[in-house]
Ligand binder design. Structure first.
Ligand code: ADP
Ligand code: MG
Length: 700
């Protein structure tokens, strides 16, 4: 019998949210705080002090002893610096204190976070500033509980040193431009337009004991060696299949932990690959959704350990098996509650929607390279551009009905778009666009799914801030240019129609509804002139093209200095990641695999001698010995080559170094892997020094 769970009671119990604020703050303070949350205005000192005091009282009641300014440095993870509430009291003893100043601003010694040269160590000062639109929460780490205050992190000189600051700026930008458009359509009520995101998170679950026997998983999060098991994902029996008990117990506790944090974990199911799963929360404002996703990843890993499991967030933990990503569901809504991407029953008669659609087509087409970069991390190189979903080429899936609408508009025939009835397939209760959405194309990197766009390139282990900063900014730019034109027009309706038609025609090449995994599409995309950027290293320059710098500066999202810093940090991140992988491979091959295979050849040789001494035929043993010896020699030569190249790359720096890792070290890693995986398949299972894919994927 399962015990009763008071979910509404649990939900949000670790969050200093709306309810706590209302109950614990004096009315005037509460109202002032709420106003600042909407307008972004700075808090008055009295408001900050009162809020800090109430927050501290609440946190202490929850068992917290420390607080931290929680932020997202450029490493793509989260960082925190813990301070206790303790403050010395006059005349001895201590009181528990959190002052307004400490709530709204922190000054971590942050010289060890990457800044791409923005902040030299001699001026190490960085500030964390409370993002009051994202609620403070309690992080429960078993024996310690900490009050976490979500913050943005910037240098003394004002440059952003984190992922949140540009994201917040991009939210301002999209709001500003979208409101201009709304005014043109006669909407005088809307004050803000809010970009919302629902990130669906994919992950793998493996047994912890098995995991601990794999150095590659421990050090790099992915397997660097490993032959395919006899059974892979070909049966597709895992997808939406019954969830195994151990995993469902894990998911249950994960849900509860997330609910406590006020994160609306909603759906959980198995994914395509064995041991792969997905969690989708209900969408939220972009910055809050980003914070929540960082927490989701963190809690996923933490709870797994309690169940003797390990959660793998890497984009490609197992070669030959489906990888993991995040589906970033993005939409724009007004503060009055209207979704601007809602096509309605008759999209062809919804000019506001068509204008939004034209803007997104223009944005994605013109800035495909930037979007690609925003979804880049070293792990994602194994998904994008390798024969893995989704391809590295950006295209947009609109589905049949919307594509027909676009085609008719381009042909100047928008009065005669095929009506809804001509496309019905018997499910008359479903609005048509929804039908497209359910029948949507899973191979598309950027799909319209009903009333939102789903950007599916985003890496599973990464922070979604980059992707959304770019999405918000490029959409703001397209809407801004439309607003410039339409504000100046004398005949609004005529100008609007002409603009939509012109822009859809200009960017039609970005629409592709077919199967994105085929070679035909790669060739077709090249004909259309769509970029196909296969590696993170090749994507990084997109951040600092003249167009990108102008774009981000125009909307106040990044300065040129910030962009250059980010490019530098990205090269460094790539190089460091591949270096760790190469060193791990060298260690595993040199210390574990090759010695084990050598022992095996000795065993085989002994066996040949013994069998022949007994006068029997040792042909099989001899043949195996020869094959193993050939592969052993190959592996040993490949290991020597990898060592050499790793050494050479490690001596370089900057872009040159990242390129060396990409074009010299990565191929050498593949050359080493091939004979080792082959050896794994022909050697005696008893001698193999680590668990196999079969052990990892089918063992939970
Ligand atoms: P799927 O069929 O892809 O699973 P769902 O309807 O379950 O689609 O939604 C997937 C994700 O998209 C969820 O996180 C959900 O909250 C989010 N989502 C739904 N509507 C919107 C919207 N208007 N804006 C942003 N995200 C949304
Ligand atoms: Mg999805």
């Amino acid at each position: 019998m399962s015990e009763y769970l008071d979910i509404p009671g649990i939900y949000g119990s670790y969050v200093f949210g709306e309810k706590e604020m209302r109950e614990r703050l004096p009315r005037a303070i509460y109202k002032s705080l709420k106003r600042s949350m909407v307008t972004g205005e700075e808090l008055e000192p009295v408001v900050a002090d009162a809020t800090a005091c109430a927050m501290k009282e609440w946190a202490i009641e929850q068992g917290a002893t420390h607080y931290t300014h929680w932020f997202q440095p450029l490493t793509g993870t989260t960082a925190e610096k813990h301070d206790s509430f303790i403050s010395p009291k006059e005349g001895g003893g201590v009181i528990m204190e959190l002052r307004g100043k400490e709530l709204i601003r922190g000054e971590p010694d942050a010289s060890s976070f990457p800044s791409g040269g923005i902040r030299a160590t001699f001026e190490a000062r960085g500030y964390t500033v409370w993002d009051i639109t994202s609620p403070a929460f309690i992080y429960d780490n078993g024996n310690t509980k900490t009050l976490c205050i979500p913050t943005a992190f910037c240098a003394y000189t004002g440059e952003a040193l984190d992922k949140k600051t540009p994201l917040l700026r991009s939210m301002e930008a999209i709001s500003k431009q979208a409101v201009r458009i709304l005014r043109l359509f006669g909407d005088e009520q809307t004050e803000r337009v809010i970009a919302s995101v629902g990130p669906e998170q994919e992950y793998f679950i493996v047994d912890r004991e098995t995991y601990l026997k794999r150095k590659d998983l421990i050090f790099t999060g992915r397997t660097l060696f490993g032959a395919m098991p006899p059974k892979g994902q070909e049966m597709e029996d895992h997808y939406f299949g019954a969830i195994k008990e151990r995993v469902s117990n894990y998911m249950k506790e994960l849900d509860i932990e997330l609910w406590k944090l006020g994160i609306p974990a909603k759906t959980e199911h198995n994914e395509v690959a064995p041991a792969q799963h997905e969690l989708a929360p209900i969408y939220n404002t972009t910055n809050v959704a980003t914070d929540e996703n960082m927490l989701v990843m963190n809690v996923m890993k933490k709870v797994a350990l309690r169940h003797g499991l390990v959660c793998l967030l890497h984009e490609k933990p197992f070669a030959g098996v489906n990888g993991s990503g995040k589906h970033n569901n993005w939409s724009l809504g007004t503060d009055t509650g209207r979704n601007l991407l809602e096509p309605g029953k008759e999209p062809q008669h919804n000019p506001m929607f068509l204008l939004m659609l034209a803007a997104v087509m223009k944005a994605v087409d013109e800035h495909a390279g930037l979007l690609r970069m925003s979804a880049s991390n070293p792990g994602n190189d194994h998904r994008l551009g390798a024969n893995e979903a989704p391809p590295a080429i950006l295209s947009m899936f609109l589905g049949d009905q919307l594509t027909a609408v676009v085609e008719h508009i381009i042909a100047g025939n928008d009065e005669n778009v095929p009506g809804a009835s001509s496309m019905k397939v018997g499910v008359s209760t479903l609005p048509l666009i929804r039908r497209d959405a359910t029948d949507r194309n899973r191979t598309s990197p950027f799909a319209f799914t009903g009333n939102k766009f789903e950007f599916r390139m985003v890496p599973s282990s990464g922070c979604i801030a980059d992707a959304n900063t770019v999405l918000n900014t490029i959409a703001a730019d397209a809407l801004g240019s439309f607003a410039d034109e339409l504000e100046a027009a004398e005949d609004f309706d005529g100008a609007l129609r002409a603009l939509i038609r012109r822009e859809m025609a200009a960017h039609q090449r970005i629409i592709f509804n077919g199967n994105g995994y085929t070679d035909e599409w790669v060739a077709e995309a090249a004909r259309r002139g769509l970029p196909n950027i296969r590696s993170m290293v090749d994507a990084i320059p997109e951040l600092v093209t003249r167009e990108a710098i102008a774009l981000f500066e125009r909307h106040g999202v990044y300065t040129e200095k910030e962009l250059r810093a980010r490019a530098d940090v990205s090269y460094e991140l790539y190089a460091k990641t591949i270096n760790i992988e190469a060193l791990t491979m060298i260690d595993m091959a040199g210390k574990d695999i090759i010695p084990a295979v050598i022992r095996y050849t000795t065993q085989l040789a002994d066996s040949v001698n013994a069998v022949e001494a007994a006068g029997a035929d040792a042909g099989v043993q001899r043949e195996l010995l020869t094959r193993v010896s050939v592969l052993l020699r190959q592996a040993s030569a490949a290991l020597a080559e990898l060592k050499l190249r790793q050494h050479r790359a490690a001596a370089l720096s900057g872009a040159e170094q990242a390129q060396a890792y990409r074009s010299e070290v990565v191929p050498a890693m593949e050359v080493l892997r091939a004979p080792v995986d082959h050896l794994e398949m022909i050697c005696d299972g008893e001698i193999w020094p680590m668990p196999t894919y079969g052990d990892l994927l089918f063992n939970v």
